[in-house]
Design a protein around this ligand. Sequence first.
Ligand SMILES: Cc1ncc(COP(=O)(O)O)c(C=O)c1O
Length: 438
Amino acid sequence: MAEFSIDRFVDRYAERTSGMSASEVRALFAVAARPEVVSLAGGMPYVEALPARAVLEVATQVLGELGPTALQYGGGQGQLALRDRAVMLMAEEGVDADPADVVITTGAQQALDLLGKIFIDPGDMIAVEAPAYVGALTAFAAYQPRFLTIELDDEGMIVEQLERAIVRGERPTFVYTVPNFGNPAGVTMSGRRRDQLVALCRETGIPIIEDNPYGLLRFEGEPLPCLRSLDPRNVIYLGTVSKTFSPGVRVGWALADPSVIQRLVLAKEAADLCGSNLTMLLTERWFSDDDRWRTALAGLVDTYRSRRDAMLGALDEHFPSTAAWTHPSGGFYVWVTLPDWSDTTAMLRPRSSVGSRTSREPPSIPTAEAATGCGWPTATPRKIGSGRALRGWPRSSRTRNASIGAFTDHEDRGPGGRPNAGARCVAPQRSPYDALTR
Ligand SMILES: Cc1ncc(COP(=O)(O)O)c(C=O)c1O
């Protein structure tokens, strides 16, 4: 018998919950975490590439040497030793920082939420890229802003559009950007645009939130200066170890002026008292050995580079000439723009029912099984690369863009559990950003 549930609190919820739509990220992670699924959608790092024994050693050392601290509450700002490591990681990208100006957060995601909490009043306008990281949009949306969307081109945010909006009289509370290998477009902001954006925001007194999870995952080319290093006073910088070490430890941070940090710490303490001492100490210890973290990171970069190459190769081979895509020089994502007549929602819907192992899988979540009709691990990279994932281009026009998390899917395993070489699966995705960006 069908179950009906009536929400008896429906007229009690705060107004702001109406801005909380079902999170695509949560739905996506729930599906992607299933062992038989190859996710091409979320920013799920390939943690299997980390040296498991070394991680275990570090965890054992932390519990053995610092057990009582690791298992205790800590301060709201986060362990000083870890803030020092965050400063060290930022220095890798040319950002000069003082550990006193850093707050450790539960991933960069919590920093986004806390920034929304301290900066956004209902109805405030905030400027975001189109497309923007969906987790940021979800975090900000809870505080009921209006979104000013600024399009991207090959050089990142089209700053002239922001300038025109400001001239029109718009005054965003802040500008949010992911300038390096952005999620989901895979675009990197050019040096020229960085200078332009920083100058415009400085002149108009609009703070910039620079979210930089992927900066150290560069495959080629010279790094560009972080916005924070171009204007330390006006840029709030967010970092994380999720993509360079592990998202499981949930360690991220914000670097900002002391007045902002003070408010962030108060907001964090209200949210969760403090971060986890255990994972903070583990992360600190991981990054205390220069050789260890650099070697592990170099291995990750190599893996992601070869997957990016496989993905671009597969796109070249299988996508129609009327499709276009970005050419990321780092990170996890490529953004495909399909011809107007394509409807990626329709493309996925029938596929998700073919061979699907759960009837409740949201149709908009791209997975290998949804795209190819084969459940993981039966779909080999060769089969996927053969183009089965790309069958059947529907001919109606609605959604045109697809973000493909190309480089992070868990590989098919060969004998002895060794990863097989070969092309990765490609699965077009309905854009979760359409509601906000159109
Ligand atoms: C641009 C961006 N910001 C923030 C996050 C959240 O990262 P964290 O795991 O540190 O919360 C992600 C995760 O994919 C991301 O892509």
